[in-house]
Design a protein around this ligand. Structure first.
Ligand SMILES: [Zn+2]
Length: 209
C-alpha cells in the first residue's frame, strides 16, 4: 500500500492509522488542524489516539478541474487517480476519484448513502448545510458527465455497486423526481447537474466556488 488518503479525521475513518506503516498518508492541513489538540477533542476527534509517530503529508490542490470540481491533486503520474475537495460533512473533507471507462468516487462521508446524495439530504454533522449541498451538486454533476460509481464509506450497498460497477443513473433519477413528489431541492440539484437541455458535459449551471 503506497498511498493512503484520509477523507477526514473522524475516528471511524482514522482509527486504523497505527496499522498504516511505510505508506504516504495524505490529509488536508485544514482537517488536521481542526482535529488536533484540545479544540479537536471538543469537536469529537480523538487526536490523542493517533500514533505518536504519525506524520501526515498535506494535500496541495492545484487548479486542475475535474468536471464540476475546479481543483484536484493527482496521486499518480498518469493523473488517473485524483483527490478532490468535498467539503460539507467536515469543512476540509476530501474524496478520491479513480478514473477509467467507469470511474469510482471514493466518497468517505460526503453522504451516508447514495439515496441521501440523490435526495439532496444533508447529514446532521455538517457545520454548514449549504456547503454540503454544493458538494452534492458537484458529485451529481460529475455523475451526469461520465459513468460514476459512488462509494460512500457507510453505505451498505457500496460493495455491490463496486463489484457490479453500478454507476449512478442520474437521468432516471431526474425522471423519477419529476413524476413523484420528491423535494424541490432534489429536483433542482439533479436538473442543475444535467442542464435543462441535456448539456451535461459543460456542467453548466453547477455552482462553483
Ligand atoms: Zn465522519
Amino acid at each position: 500500500m503506497r498511498q493512503v488518503v484520509i477523507t477526514h479525521l473522524h475516528t471511524d475513518h482514522a482509527g486504523g492509522l497505527s496499522h498504516v506503516t511505510g505508506s504516504r498518508v495524505w490529509v488536508t492541513r485544514g482537517e488536521f488542524d481542526r482535529a488536533t489538540g484540545f479544540g479537536g477533542r471538543v469537536l469529537g476527534y480523538l487526536p490523542h489516539r493517533w500514533p505518536k509517530w504519525w506524520r501526515p503529508e498535506f494535500i496541495q490542490f492545484e487548479r486542475r478541474a475535474l468536471g464540476p470540481f475546479d481543483q484536484s491533486m493527482s496521486l499518480t503520474k498518469r493523473g488517473d487517480v485524483l483527490i478532490v475537495p468535498t467539503p460539507g460533512h467536515t469543512p476540509h473533507h476530501v474524496s478520491v476519484v479513480v478514473q477509467g471507462d467507469v470511474s469510482f468516487f471514493l466518497a468517505g462521508d460526503t453522504s451516508y448513502n447514495q439515496t441521501l446524495l440523490l435526495a439532496g439530504k444533508v447529514d446532521g454533522v455538517s457545520p454548514d448545510p449549504r456547503v454540503t449541498e454544493r458538494t452534492h451538486e458537484r458529485i451529481v454533476g460529475l455523475a451526469a458527465e461520465r459513468p460514476l460509481v459512488y462509494l460512500p464509506s457507510h453505505d451498505p450497498d457500496s460493495k455491490r455497486r463496486l463489484i457490479e460497477r453500478a454507476a449512478i443513473d442520474v437521468r432516471s433519477q431526474l425522471r423519477a423526481s419529476s413524476t413523484s413528489r420528491r423535494s424541490a431541492r432534489e429536483a433542482r440539484a439533479l436538473r442543475t447537474s444535467c442542464g435543462d437541455h441535456g448539456d451535461v458535459a459543460s456542467g453548466r449551471g453547477v455552482p462553483r466556488r
